[in-house]
Design a protein around this ligand. Sequence first.
Ligand code: UGY
Ligand code: MN
Length: 250
Amino acid sequence: MSMHHLGETRSRRAHDHLLQTPDTFVWAPLPGMKKATACVHAAPALGAAFVQYTAVLEASGTLGNAVGSRLVFVMEGSLELQAGERHATLGVGGYCFVPQGLAHTLLSPTAGTRAAVIEKRYIPLEGIAAPALLIASEPSIPGVALNGDAALQVRALLPPDDVAFDFALNTMEYQPGAQLSQVEVHVMEHGLLMLEGEGIYRLGDAWYPVAKGDFIWMAPYCPQWFGALGKTPAKYLIYKDWNRHPLEVR
Ligand code: UGY
Ligand code: MN
């Protein structure tokens, strides 16, 4: 943990956004965790309709049970997933979507595992079966140039056209100097984790320098824009609610 100088931090809490920098992360195990701990970034207490946390696991550490559906994305180390007959090892960039109510275990075979976890109470769609267990790896998802900009590649970790999913999770990778082509103001909320690089994030009426390790929550309608700085690509993992009528989301 880095030392604060005279109580300073880049972290900021505003009515429509949170910038949470690693120097301000506070760790505590969630119920059922063994040899593991969590920093909760987004939760209903913040105004979010989902939960996002970073989990850090020791050797043979495990997550507890999920409250809703759960997506786990491995950032360091690895996780062994066991769900019924299915077994998989998730390495760095590996992830799984576990539908609400599916019993499973996630175990770290070694020390030093770090994962992003998203949990959400599932919103069913009439006539559509809930999504099944999904196991995949981010590097194997083809990148798509956002609005034809080859310097901004988006990878959809959940099948974008499958309306069974009630949220989307993407990675967005910006070459140095690449930027969002518009300031966005939209009804969907975001949970965002900086995976690589650095840049400037506009949130509401403020512009923040951000870097690998930072978390951002954007409330519905939070004005947002990003431009990448530095000499290496900037990349983030971004959640948004998706495929549901706005009357059903909250
Ligand atoms: O998908 C999105 O809304 C995304 N372009 N937003 C963002 O990067 N802040
Ligand atoms: Mn957006």
